[in-house]
Design a protein around this ligand. Sequence first.
Ligand SMILES: [Zn+2]
Length: 410
Amino acid sequence: MDHVTGAARSEDVRAHNLAAVMAHLDLVGRASRAELSATTGLVSGAVSSLVQELRDARLVRPAGASEPGAGPRPPRRGRPTEIVEIDGSDLGFLVVQFLMGQVRVVGTDLAGRSLHDRTLALSTPVGDPAALADVLVAPTVAGLAGLRAAGARPVALAVVAPAPVDPTSGHVAFSVDFGWRDVDLAALLRDRLPDPPGRVMVLNDAQTATHAETVAQRRAGGPADDLVYLKADTGIGGGVVVAGRLLRGTTAFVFQPGHVVTVPGGPACTCGKRGCLVTVAGPDVLLRAAGLDGLAADAGFPAALDELFARHDAGDATTVGAVRENAAWLRLALVNVCVLLQPRVVVLGGYLARVRDLLLDEGDDGLGPAGLPGAPQVIAARHGADSALQGALSLCRGTVLASPGQVRAT
Ligand SMILES: [Zn+2]
């Protein structure tokens, strides 16, 4: 082994051990050094060194002392042992989510404390992506200033895009709504910021929503290792967790349930195929069938969908018929997704959560393996309309928890 390789491996081991300490604290909230030693299998001197490094970086802080004898491996008789917990109150994350006509900016610290939350009705120009980056600058700068005013140094900025994102390049691969193809939106925004955080990334909304709902499901004690998230709002999308891992694929176009061919030779789709699910069951089709396409054009999709479900709940016959036909198509997609992936839980996002009962048949063996028990649990998204945003914040936080050695206090 040469010295360079040996040093690199030593660095890797230390980085791994720092991440293990942060992961345990994230799981249990607070722990003594003795507990950390027992959990990580490291001798107490090594744990003390790791904790000191994390304290210097203000990633952990003292949280009192345990009584002598507490914990799985108590220290010498009569001496209390120091308890530590995750700090990170000086580290901030900002998420900028853009939709047609709206931008939401939310910031938290490492502990999840909300430091900034703004929703703005803004013109989001289509065509030249630089024009959208220009629009995002002011709310992003305000959000970063909000973090700093709260004493948190911005370490990561995530832009949540309603479009497929290439997992390798981080570019927005394609957007019909915005007229884009292969756009490096992170670079466009970073170049416009006077003092950008060290990490600027663009994330797909369905993927981040799937991550958030998986974390929420795990925390609720439910099965989360084989999960499908399906949503309908301005389009139809979703994400998949297989054997505990989010399916990212090697292209931006993994798991696009809206573009499953549903009617052979059907209406032309913006993706180039014919008869995709969105062409017969997309939100625009639903709103048109309910006579609300004019309202959608004037007031936006969210307002039109609110009106749609108000009329539906009031029993308006045209609306009820439109929603039932839409739900029948969506149920077909749900059944086929379950046949292909056999999830243990399906999480419904967007307005799918509002039509859950229409998507399910009595008992619903049709979602399980043919002729066998084992249909998935079908639940509404725990984060509601905030799944994508919460998922992006969680992913930002995860980058620090996984690589604490790269973060240094300023
Ligand atoms: Zn299509």
